[in-house]
Design a protein around this ligand. Structure first.
Ligand SMILES: *[C@@H]1O[C@H](CO)[C@@H](O)[C@H](O)[C@H]1NC(C)=O
Ligand SMILES: *[C@@H]1O[C@H](CO)[C@@H](O)[C@H](O)[C@H]1NC(C)=O
Ligand SMILES: *[C@@H]1O[C@H](CO)[C@@H](O)[C@H](O)[C@H]1NC(C)=O
Ligand SMILES: [Cu+2]
Length: 639
């Protein structure tokens, strides 16, 4: 804190008293400063300003690096600013607020396609308007249902080539009457299109109805068993503000409404690995082309936000005993600070696996056995986006690996049907499977795309693609073998070639620092170990696919650019695919020995089954960033 005392502004001191790192998330006081400044500058319409994005305006990377490498004494604390996106009078404003003076640095109207994320209040408003709508009430009564047992939910509507000029949601409803699992009881056929800014229902439709699925067997609430304690030890984790030290790792954890948790400036044994990593976008398209379902093509991060969807973690269920919890702060619709208690947990995980071992019997008269149990550090959050729960883990290993995993659970999005048994279905196209009587679990995907600003021993990095290829032994080689395989390595020169399908082919991707060598001359690297192969199967000219074009490849590499963090573009709601990773990559910039960003997509093609009902057991996939010639030998023997 000594550095801060030398700075002049009293206001600055007030704000910074709890700040330790330039990438720290906005404090509640700072969020308040942003709210006040913007309301003051737009005072004539201030009651109607809605806040859609408020976050730290990310300081220039070189300022942050200079500050963190100077031991916090000499380099100045980077300028502390906030970026906000608000809607005023039907326009989207992008503002930068100086958090020291509280003044507006810039205020520009965004004129491109697409809209900022929805807020909770807008969703609630759409539900209230729907429940009050006379035609809707009539439909409910005509079906013999009790209005007080109806739950409605707004869904984003995507874009299908129309001139989108409104911020709308499509409201769809469910009948509780005896269950808390609303998703299992869709009132099929009714939908309302609601303009969340004009506060009115634009259209109403009640198509031929399907039977209401029954309530029995749909509830998933259970008495929670007492927590299993298999850890309970946090004295090896040091958390100062948002900075974490554990084993040989040091990193910074932040939280924002859009990405959820963010890992920054991660280093192992004092050597840099990852400047910044977080979920960048998701894409969840449903495979049902009918009127009620075709537009379910969600991009949850950009349309709503993983942080905004963060669930308060439940000790003993979400995180083991002994976990350390961090609260999350964000701006609500009116710009005021809101807190998510226990948004993030950090804990040591005894995986039950062996980190390394060996038994040696080759030494006469001895049996030598040595090894180590695997103990990792997990940074976790849970985003509950409507029906689904995403458990998002960053797992740090003592071996220098970072394992990034997602578990999917929650409730399927389901469609009512007249069928009660699969054998009754003859020629009807179902777009999914019968998971219970009168209920179809529709086919869909989950794509979760990560932003990974890799800095392997510094910013200047390259990407090397290593393909394992079969070779025939040549006639002259005088071998009794006919074939073998070898690794053919190639440095990827440009962004246009920095797109890979992994998982299905024998291809390894290395992020290397061509300027740094191990003692025996290998380029220091990290290897990307991919999870299951999963790219989008939709046609390139399908509208949802145009918006989420980045799901056509599982790995992309682009040159670092401070304004490129959201793979589907910043304005994802009703976007048209004219911004985002696939567009940036077309610039085809050189990516040799320069600052790089790797984008990785974890993908799940989900064909629902009965066990996914009424609530699904977790489905897990991960990728790993693993040191490869980064250390001179196994680092586990050094710790
Ligand atoms: C706020 O919005 C409401 C409803 O759209 C409108 O009637 C009112 O005039 C607006 N107030 C201001 C100050 O712009
Ligand atoms: C609602 O639940 C009650 C109690 O189980 C039942 O008697 C009633 O028929 C149900 N109403 C509808 C419309 O399903
Ligand atoms: C950085 O990204 C922005 C947004 O995509 C783009 O407008 C700008 O030209 C990029 N800068 C460079 C140097 O490529
Ligand atoms: Cu699913």
């Amino acid at each position: 804190m000594t550095l801060l005392l030398s700075l002049v502004s009293a206001f600055f001191l007030f704000i910074s008293s709890s700040l330790c790192h330039p990438l720290d998330p906005l404090t509640p006081q700072e969020i308040h400063t942003v709210q006040l400044s913007i309301q003051t500058s737009h005072s004539s319409s201030s009651p109607n300003i809605t806040f859609h994005y408020v976050d730290v305006d990310e300081p220039e990377k070189h300022h942050v690096l200079k500050w963190s490498s100077s031991n916090r004494h000499h380099a100045p604390f980077p300028t502390r600013r906030a970026k906000a996106v608000v809607r005023v009078g039907g326009k989207t404003h992008e503002l930068i607020v100086d958090l020291i003076t509280g003044s507006i640095v810039s205020d520009q109207v965004y004129k491109g396609y697409g809209y900022p994320p929805f807020t909770f209040e807008e969703f609630f408003k759409a539900i209230r308007l729907s429940l009050k709508h006379p035609s809707f009430q009539n439909s409910i009564l005509r079906r013999g249902l009790d209005l007080s047992e109806v739950s409605c939910l707004p869904l984003t509507v995507g874009w299908f080539g129309e001139a989108a000029k409104r911020r709308v949601v499509k409201v769809t409803c469910f009948y509780r009457n005896g269950t808390s699992n609303i998703w299992a009881r869709p009132i099929q056929g009714i939908s309302l299109l609601v303009d969340v800014e004009e506060n009115r229902v634009l259209s109403y439709s009640d198509r031929p109805r399907e039977p209401l699925p029954k309530a029995e067997g749909t509830d998933f609430q259970r008495q929670r068993p007492s927590p299993v304690s298999c850890s309970g030890n946090n004295n090896k984790i040091t958390i100062t503000g948002n900075s974490v030290k554990w084993a040989s790792w040091e990193f910074h954890v932040a939280f924002n409404a859009r990405a959820g948790h963010i890992i920054s400036t991660a280093s192992v044994f004092g050597r840099r690995v990852l400047y910044r990593g977080h979920v960048s976008e998701t894409f969840v398209p449903y495979m049902d082309p009918t009127q009620e379902w075709y537009d379910r093509t969600f991009m949850d991060v950009g349309e709503f936000g993983f942080g905004r969807s963060a669930s308060s973690l439940v000790p003993g269920m979400d995180c083991p005993a002994g976990a350390v919890y961090l609260d999350g702060h964000m701006a609500g619709t009116d710009g005021s600070a809101q807190m998510v208690p226990r948004a993030i947990c950090i804990f040591e995980l005894y995986t039950g696996n062996v980190a390394w071992r060996h038994t040696e019997v080759g030494v006469p008269g001895k049996v030598i056995t040595s090894g180590e149990a695997e103990v990792n550090l997990v940074v976790r959050m849970v985003a509950t986006v409507g029906n689904y729960d995403y458990i998002l883990d960053w797992e740090f290993k003592k071996s220098g690996s970072i394992k990034v995993g997602v578990s999917l659970t929650g409730v399927l999005e389901m469609k009512a049907t007249k069928y009660r048994n699969s054998e009754e279905i003859r020629r009807d196209i179902m777009y999914g499977n019968l998971v219970a009587e009168n209920l179809v679990g529709n086919y869909h995907d989950h794509f979760i795309t990560y932003y990974l600003d890799m800095d392997i021993d510094g910013e200047a990095n390259s990407v090397v693609k290593s393909e394992l290829r079969r070779k025939r032994t040549k006639a002259g080689e005088r071998s009794r073998r006919k074939s073998y395989w070898t690794a053919v390595k190639e440095t990827v020169k440009r962004e246009g070639k920095g797109r890979f399908e992994v998982g299905s082919k024998a291809v390894d991707i290395y992020i290397t620092n061509p300027n740094m060598k191990t003692k025996i001359g290998n380029e220091v690297s990290y290897r990307l170990i991919s999870g299951k192969a999963a790219v989008s199967l939709l046609a390139d000219d399908d509208y949802p696919q145009r918006r989420a074009a980045y799901t056509k490849y599982q790995v992309w590499v682009t040159r670092y650019n401070r304004s490129e963090r959201w793979a589907g573009g910043f304005y994802a709601d009703r976007s048209r695919g004219d911004d985002g990773l696939a567009v940036w990559s077309r610039r085809n910039l050189g990516i040799v020995n320069t600052d790089l960003v790797v984008w990785y997509t974890l993908g799940f093609h989900h064909t629902p089954i009965q066990e996914d009902f009424p609530v699904m057991p977790t489905l897990y996939d991960y990728f790993e960033l693993r040191p490869a010639n980064f250390f001179d030998s196994n680092p586990l023997l050094q710790s």
